[in-house]
Design a protein around this ligand. Structure first.
Ligand code: UT7
Length: 330
């Protein structure tokens, strides 16, 4: 059956056990709990330990989403993993997740749009279902962003944490799931946030590794400005494309990078903070996983009801951004 819509029928998340508080970071670098809380809104983050990597978190989140949707793995015909921190440079980590979950022969690929990855992939997955090529998609977003972090760089290390979130999308004739979306990028801004060494342009050498050039360097202030503009502009575009107004949006689940970015975006959208979901205090910025983790918690906390319109919006390295309006319901 070819569905005109792709409903979100299951969701799940997975986080590492280990918690790192602001106070713990302040013991090792020149920062403070007060600076991190007031400038970002973050109090603690989860960080992987031995034996935990992108595919283990992705598999755990994916399994929960399948259980929530009450479907067997064999029903899934496509696995998409949004990540910018794969297990290995090659092959795609989506194949590992597919194998771990026993989803034999389904298509599997990774999608890298940094922190915007989940919202990008939601657009891709929905299109694949609407085209009739696929019927049931497992979409996982997982990042071990702390792998790319220099723990001595206070500009970046206080911001990020690790985690995974997943959804199951199924073809439906009911008008549910993503009803409008916008993905965008500004490649001129690629150097505003980048890990220089370790790819084909600058392969890692012992000397480069000693210099820490494999870690992400970031111009936070510039990214802040772009993030607010693009998240709010693209949000307005998808709301208009869905023939809705801001009053029709019951909840916005934004990328959890910085409370001040979230507040500034909500202000530009003239959306009261009561309708904004925030959990970054406990997890920091989990990159592509941040939106699906927040979506899961929003559902668990009873913040979403059948027929609600939820706005998802994200930005990240690339620079990339993406927004979508989802009509909630199964
Ligand atoms: O998913 C995309 C990921 N990237 C982002 O989300 C980045 C977006 N940008 C931001 O969230 C903010 O720009 C930051 C949180 C990164 C920085 O906040 P800011 O208000 O833009 O601070 P700033 O960069 O203007 O720095 C203010 C001061 C500087 O000191 P001086 O030059 O005024 O003396 C920094 O050196 O704060 C200093 N600083 C810190 N102090 C204590 C920077 N990081 C820290 C720190 N602890 N961790």
């Amino acid at each position: 059956m070819m569905g005109r819509y792709a409903a979100i029928t299951g969701w799940g998340m997975a986080l590492p056990e280990r918690v790192i508080t602001n106070a713990e970071l302040a013991r090792n670098i020149d920062t403070s709990d007060e600076w991190i809380r007031t400038r970002t809104g973050i109090a603690e983050r989860r960080v992987v330990g031995p034996g935990e990597y992108t595919s283990t978190l992705a598999t755990a989140a994916g399994l929960r989403a399948l259980q929530c949707a009450e479907i067997t793995p064999s029903k899934v015909d496509l696995v998409i993993l949004a990540t910018c921190t794969p297990d290995r440079p090659f092959p795609a980590t989506a194949c590992t997740v597919q194998s771990n979950l026993g989803i034999s022969y389904a298509g599997a690929f990774d999608l890298n749009a940094a922190c915007s990855g989940f919202v990008y992939a939601l657009s891709v997955a929905t299109s694949m279902i609407q085209s009739g090529a696929h019927h049931t998609v497992l979409l996982v977003a997982a990042d071990i962003f702390t792998h790319l972090i220099n723990w001595q760089d206070r500009n970046t290390c206080v911001l990020f944490g690790d985690g995974a979130g997943a959804v199951v999308l199924q073809a439906s004739d009911k008008p549910l799931g993503l009803i409008s979306s916008k993905i965008g990028a500004w490649g001129n801004g690629e150097d505003l946030m980048a890990a220089e060494a370790g790819g084909t342009r600058l392969p890692a050498t012992p000397e480069l590794l000693r210099q820490g050039r494999q870690y992400v360097a970031m111009n936070g202030r510039e990214i802040f400005k772009h993030a607010v503009r693009w998240m709010s502009d693209s949000s307005q575009q998808v709301i208009a494309a869905a023939n809705l107004t801001i009053d029709d949006i019951q909840l916005i689940v934004p990328h959890q990078a910085n409370m001040r970015i979230i507040e500034a975006t909500a202000k530009r959208l003239e959306l009261p903070l009561e309708r904004v979901f925030v959990n970054l205090e406990r997890y920091g910025n989990t990159s592509a996983a941040s939106v699906p983790i927040a979506l899961c918690e929003a559902v668990e906390q009873g913040r979403l009801h059948e027929g609600d319109h939820v706005l998802l919006t994200a930005f990240g390295g690339g620079l990339t951004w993406a927004s979508s309006v989802v009509r909630w319901g199964q």
